[in-house]
Design a protein around this ligand. Structure first.
Ligand code: TXA
Ligand code: MG
Length: 556
């Protein structure tokens, strides 16, 4: 079969040409053929999603396992009731906010959707892609387009029309070239048939953005760990070896510095390296594909599949990859890398344990930190670091002075009262200050941890989570206590009235906040701080043990 190529990249002012090509692609689809189509995430291999025969051809062309369902691509929420039933209102809320865009919703299907498309499930995935060409093709075809990623099954997904031709030339009727994909990783898949909604695949739309709109989302186990023998993930596709280049891949997690050093230690001459731009120079005698700057997750998403695919045209015998943290788009990038590695993941600095402690006043953080010191750990007090940086980091001081003119006196000292007045009553001003400080705080903490002699570090911060310091931590720990105990402790400690103690507590975030956001909870109901310190020491000993154990198995 000859695969037709429709170029729709630079077509400004060529209305007629564009229409002809879109119509031609739509006609192929309507008549039961297969067309590679551009989306913002990755290229799709499209067919009429209501035509069982056409859908069968998708599975043949990709070599895709029969039990792996396809996503229906539509032009907007108005198409939902045609193919889905029992649609929860939340689906419309999400569609209005995030469509067109990289969000696939799993909903109950209507009988009109054939078993071939859903692999026999009673649910169907639906998404509205954010690409004008493909939206025009779907509109013109007048049918929902079933489209998996356009790669041969098992290979990394395609982010250019050339990638699609590499895998599908001669096997499909056409490819539409709409330029390189702007997101680069597939859509985020959210199952709305359960409560709370469940994340089946992290993707181009960060979970944090979804949670901001609809509240907590449960993350399916298959997202972060390999499936065990006999286990069934909710998204059938998550169980297959995926995105994998021919050479075996090892992902090295940990801070960028630590993972780069670890790769240097492990990589031989014939190794291929996937790393952040800043570290490419360390591997100058090897084949390197860079992911972009370590802080730029969008670029990493755009490049991750290309990096993985390109190694198949080279003779490297093994591949080592650096990996971003799990925040924002990082979760999708790291998931793709880890799946490419069959979850063969090694944590750099596996002997070092970093704990983040947070919680309100009077809960017992001080005793908990003493327990860490007893275990030989180093404690980093973020407040102290902040004041040190205020005195010594000229770049941070400049940034603050730009946004808060006049808070530094002519002799360079900080007018704390003035800054305090600026931020205390005004939340947006406080946010501005925090944004500046957090930007400097994380690299500073990273340095201190790196230079620490101790193998155990604890970071003490009331704003641990808001500042994003959790990315540096193996575990975050909420230190909490019953309110009545906290009131009594603060009264005794600070010599204040009961009313004032209660006011101080209610001015802070409730325990519930820390409890739900942290990895673990250390609750302090002990009668004395000495008793609590003993309990805390025991708690940390066990926690550290399990973290080390986990790291040595290397599947975090
Ligand atoms: O960004 C994307 O979603 C791309 C572009 C082309 O739109 N498509 C894509 O499709 O990534 P595919 O087939 O490569 O991945 C679809 C994933 C598979 O893991 C599949 O198991 C899961 O979605 N899936 C599809 N329908 C499902 C359903 N009803 N229930 C659970 N999982 C489903
Ligand atoms: Mg795929």
């Amino acid at each position: 079969m000859q695969t037709l190529y429709f170029d729709l990249r630079e077509t400004k002012g060529q209305q007629k040409v564009v229409e002809d090509r879109i119509n031609a692609a739509a006609r192929i689809l309507r008549e039961g053929g297969l067309v590679g189509i551009p989306t913002e995430t990755v290229y799709g291999l499209g067919a009429n999603g209501l035509d069982p025969q056409a859908v069968k051809h998708i599975f043949e062309a990709k070599g895709r396992p029969q039990d792996n369902p396809l996503i229906l691509h539509v032009t907007g929420p108005q198409w939902l009731p045609r193919y889905c039933e029992d649609i929860p209102p939340m689906a419309y809320v999400l569609a209005r906010r995030f469509w067109p865009g990289p969000l696939t919703m799993i909903l109950k299907r209507k009988p009109i959707v054939p078993d071939e498309t859903t692999a026999g499930l009673d649910t169907v995935g639906v998404r509205c892609p954010d690409h004008p060409v493909t939206l025009a093709i779907i509109r013109e075809a007048g049918v929902p387009i079933a489209a998996p990623s356009a790669n041969t099954s098992g290979r990394p997904s395609c982010t250019t029309a050339q990638d699609v031709l590499e895998d599908m030339d001669g096997k499909i009727e056409g490819v539409v070239d709409g330029g390189p994909c702007t997101v680069g990783v597939e859509s985020t898949i959210l199952d709305l048939t359960c409560t709370p909604p469940r994340l089946l695949r992290p993707g181009g739309l960060p979970v944090e953005e979804l949670e901001r709109l609809i509240g907590p989302i449960e993350v399916d186990k298959a997202v972060v760990a390999p499936m065990k023998e006999g286990e069934q993930p909710r998204a059938p596709g998550m169980k297959y070896r995926h995105y994998a280049p021919v050479a075996p891949v090892t992902v090295i997690t940990g801070s960028p510095d630590a993972s780069a050093r670890e790769i240097q230690k492990r990589a031989g001459k014939t190794a291929g390296i996937i790393c952040f731009d800043e570290y490419a120079h360390l591997f100058s005698n090897m084949e390197v594909h860079t992911l972009g700057p370590s802080h730029d997750k969008l670029t990493q998403a755009q490049r991750v599949f290309d990096a993985l695919r390109t190694f198949d045209n080279s003779s490297v015998t093994e591949i080592f990859a650096q990996c971003p943290d799990n925040r924002g788009l990082g979760l999708a990038v790291s998931n793709r890398l880890k799946k490419a590695a069959g979850f063969h993941v090694i944590q750099a600095d596996s002997q070092r344990v970093v704990l983040g402690l947070t919680g309100g006043t009077g809960a017992g953080k001080t005793s908990a930190l003493n327990a860490i010191r007893e275990l030989g750990g180093m404690v980093i007090d973020c407040d102290a670091v902040y004041y040190e940086m205020l005195a010594s980091r000229q770049d941070m001081r400049n940034d603050i002075a730009t946004v808060f003119p006049g808070v530094f006196r002519s002799d360079g000292s900080l007018d704390r009262q003035k800054l305090g007045q600026e931020v205390f009553a005004k939340k947006d001003r406080l946010d501005q200050l925090n944004q500046i400080v957090y930007r400097y705080l994380i690299p500073e903490l990273e340095n201190r941890i790196r230079e620490a002699k101790a193998n155990l570090c604890a970071i003490d911060a009331i704003n641990l989570l808001e500042a994003g310091v959790n990315v540096l931590c193996d575990r975050t720990i909420a230190v909490t206590a019953p309110t009545e105990l906290r009131v009594r402790r603060i009264m005794a400690r600070d010599g204040i009235s009961e009313q004032y103690a209660r006011m101080r507590i209610s001015a802070q975030k409730p325990d519930e906040y820390y409890r739900t956001k942290c990895d673990c909870v250390l609750n302090n109901a002990a009668e004395t701080s000495a008793a609590f310190q003993i309990e805390a020491k025991d708690f940390f000993e066990r926690l550290i043990e399990s973290i080390k154990e986990e790291k040595s198995h290397g599947t975090v």
